[in-house]
Design a protein around this ligand. Structure first.
Ligand code: FJE
Ligand code: FE
Length: 292
């Protein structure tokens, strides 16, 4: 690659994500957001999900965070604003919950729906914005390949290409595939927190002398201006590199409600219960998934 890093980041913590139950009958591997790793500013949750009907994530609310789904196998999404759509294999949905959303996320079609769900925190000034969606079909996700390295740019930029997704909290989300014997150097803004989640194969991350790490591991990166990765195995290596500007604000969280103070959480619970301040439409709405 054409860029030389001055201070490559090293891996400072490593966790293996085991399957756990979430939603209704669904199984996820949670990396960020698990007990030992409650919060990695600005990231609240990263789940690798693998779900088949009738299991899924029926009607539930969000406030104060945004979440993205990138899927491998279809997920049907619908919300109380009447927004509805199928997230197909390779597609991306970036939802900014803001002041409030109630939605359902259910697998569609035969077999397993797999993918990643990331929850990014919003700064105090953005927590109560109007909810919005950005949906991008697989064919429209910016992608490029060079010297055995392929990147799909979900958010941010890499290898000279840029994602059209706008993120309120500055975020980089890159989906890399490295052929055997390939090497990657990816710049990351020095003030950002960043981590890797490995989906397939095994790779050497950070220090060339370190041992290879395999699928379902999350690697938190230390300080520096970028990341180096080597694929010395005989198989494809696939991982995501996710980074974000830390908010450096207090976090008060009750499940899908993420605010700054306990008072704001109490207010949110009231708002949801009494259908006010953004939750008006929750009074009469049920997803089709719930009506079946
Ligand atoms: C949620 C429990 C949940 N990971 N991965 C509590 F499971 C969820 C939730 C999800 C989810 C949805 C998809 Cl499609 C994929 C997920 C958790 O919906 F929001 C709360 N509050
Ligand atoms: Fe949700």
């Amino acid at each position: 690659m054409n860029c030389e890093l001055e201070k490559p980041r090293h891996v400072v913590r490593k966790f293996h994500s085991r399957p756990q139950h979430e939603g209704v009958g669904a199984v996820v591997r949670r990396s960020i957001g698990r007990f030992e790793l409650r919060y990695f500013d600005p990231f609240l949750v990263l789940d690798e999900f693998s779900v088949a009907a009738p299991a899924g994530f029926p009607d539930h609310p969000h406030r104060g965070n945004l979440d993205s789904i990138s899927s491998k196998g279809a997920v049907m999404h619908e919300d109380f604003e009447g927004h509805k759509g199928l997230i197909k294999a390779g597609d991306l949905q970036w939802m900014t919950a803001g002041r409030g959303i109630v939605h359902s996320e259910m697998p569609a079609g035969q077999g397993l729906s797999k993918g990643l769900q990331l929850w990014v925190n919003l700064s105090s000034k953005n927590k109560m914005i109007e909810p919005r969606y950005q949906e991008i079909q697989s064919k429209d996700i910016a992608s490029t390949s060079k010297n055995g390295v392929t990147v799909r740019v979900i958010a941010g930029e890499s290898m000279g290409i840029q994602s059209p997704v706008y993120t309120c909290t500055p975020t980089m989300y890159l989906d890399f595939t490295l052929k055997p014997s390939s090497h990657l150097q990816q710049p990351i803004p020095s003030s950002w927190n960043a981590f890797v989640y490995i989906l397939e194969g095994e790779g050497i991350f950070g220090l060339e002398k370190s041992g290879p790490v395999g699928a379902h591991h999350v690697l938190l990166l230390g300080q520096g201006d970028g990341l180096q990765v080597w694929n010395r195995s005989s198989k494809m290596l696939r991982f995501v590199l996710i980074g974000g500007e830390p908010l450096d604000e207090p976090v008060a969280q009750l499940g899908p409600f993420v605010m700054n103070t306990d008072e704001e959480i109490d207010q949110t619970v009231d708002d949801f219960q009494y259908f006010v301040n953004g939750f008006e439409k929750a009074r009469h709405w049920r997803s089709e998934a719930m009506l079946d």
